[in-house]
Write a protein that binds this ligand. Structure first.
Ligand code: ATP
Ligand code: MG
Length: 139
């Protein structure tokens, strides 16, 4: 069993896709162990995406991520990181496979509706960034 952090980004929340995205992940073998809505400050968004510090899109993506509420979730399942990233599709929606969340809903490379951890190490950091142990349902 593996855990991953999923986020419905501010564009996904504002455009009314919370239910659709949760429906899609519930159809996979992904259990939701925790969920919360959070509106990050700019500083919190910078901390979350600190691996991207210095990249040309860092300022812009952290402005975007702090522009409205997100839904953060801890997902668990077999190969959860890859299963969820497959559901999301490629970072750039123009390259995302048909039927993926980003293919179906993203409007540009930045406003791409969802986030998912990309490794067990980033999942551990990202889950702890939003949730403490008491908030995570024990499967
Ligand atoms: P995420 O980490 O949000 O799941 P990802 O792992 O597919 O996305 P990353 O390379 O980690 O992609 O980039 C983090 C986020 O920064 C992207 O999801 C997107 O919102 C934004 N981003 C990435 N590359 C660009 C770019 N070239 N221009 C603008 N924004 C970008
Ligand atoms: Mg990433």
């Amino acid at each position: 069993m593996e855990r991953t952090l999923a986020i419905i980004k501010p564009d996904g929340v504002a455009r009314g896709f919370i239910g659709e995205i949760i429906r899609r992940l519930e159809k996979e073998d992904l259990s939701i162990l925790a969920v919360k809505m959070i509106w990050m400050t700019k500083e919190q968004a910078k901390g979350f995406y600190r691996v991207h510090a210095g990249k040309p899109f860092y300022e812009s993506v952290t402005d975007f991520m702090s522009s409205g509420p997100c839904v953060a979730m801890v997902l668990e399942g077999k190969d959860a990181i890859n299963v969820y990233r497959k559901l999301m599709g490629a970072t750039n929606h123009k390259e995302a496979a048909k039927g993926t969340i980003r293919h179906d809903y993203a409007t540009n490379i930045e406003k791409n509706v969802v986030h998912g951890s990309d490794s067990p190490q980033s999942a551990a950091f990202e889950i702890a960034y939003f949730f403490n142990e008491l908030e995570i349902f024990k499967s």
